[in-house]
Design a protein. Structure first.
Length: 202
């Protein structure tokens, strides 16, 4: 058991394995990563932001490497589940909007600006992350091939070139400082421009 402070100064008792506290810590870890990268914050700051003692923090998430890795793999799992859900739809019901949603989910979660820093800072985790991201890429290609087979995309479309194009757009949005909802909103618009076209229909 340990105590965690909540707004108003009240202390409540929770267990070490309380899922809410664990997710709260991961959310705060992700926010710090977004704001300062991998090296720009300490476990002391994470403990303070999460309203837990530092020794409690280490008991819950382990080291900084483990906390950061948990954030990345949580995002990877969200993407995997979303893509598998789309792939499980009945034949003929997968739409171009599903394709856009698959791209959006993948690139908004897995091409965030700190991901490269994580793989460089923590090489052991980096190898596992790269392998997991490659599996996501394969799922996205399967989704693309399914839609292409149903003749909803042009036959000569190069999926790898499209990936590179969208990755470049995502990187530029990150450079411009777009994060969270703004990043998703603008990405969705530009993906629709790319996949639906920009010419007025006659």
């Amino acid at each position: 058991m340990y105590y965690i402070s909540i707004k108003g100064g009240e202390n409540i008792t929770m267990k070490y394995n309380d899922e809410y506290v664990y997710e709260l810590i991961l959310d705060n870890t992700k926010r710090l990563l977004n704001e300062r990268g991998v090296k720009g914050w300490s476990m002391d700051e994470l403990a303070k932001n999460s309203s837990v003692a530092k020794n409690t923090l280490y008991k819950i998430v382990g080291s900084k490497r483990e906390a950061v890795s948990a954030v990345v793999f949580r995002d990877i799992e969200k993407v995997r589940l979303k893509l598998e859900y789309l792939m499980a739809k009945k034949a003929g019901t997968i739409t171009l909007d599903d394709f856009i949603e698959g791209f959006l989910m993948t690139f908004s979660h897995l091409h965030i600006h700190y991901l490269t820093d994580v793989t460089l800072e923590f090489p052991a985790s980096g190898l596992k992350i790269e392998k997991a991201v490659e599996e996501i890429r394969k799922l996205l290609i399967q989704l693309f091939e399914t839609i292409k087979t149903e003749r909803k995309l042009r036959e000569d479309l190069d999926i790898n070139l499209l990936f590179d194009c969208i990755r470049g757009i995502s990187t530029e949005f990150i450079r411009l400082g777009y994060t969270d909802d703004i990043f998703v909103q603008k990405s969705r618009i530009i993906y629709e421009y790319l996949l639906h076209g920009i010419l007025c229909k006659p």
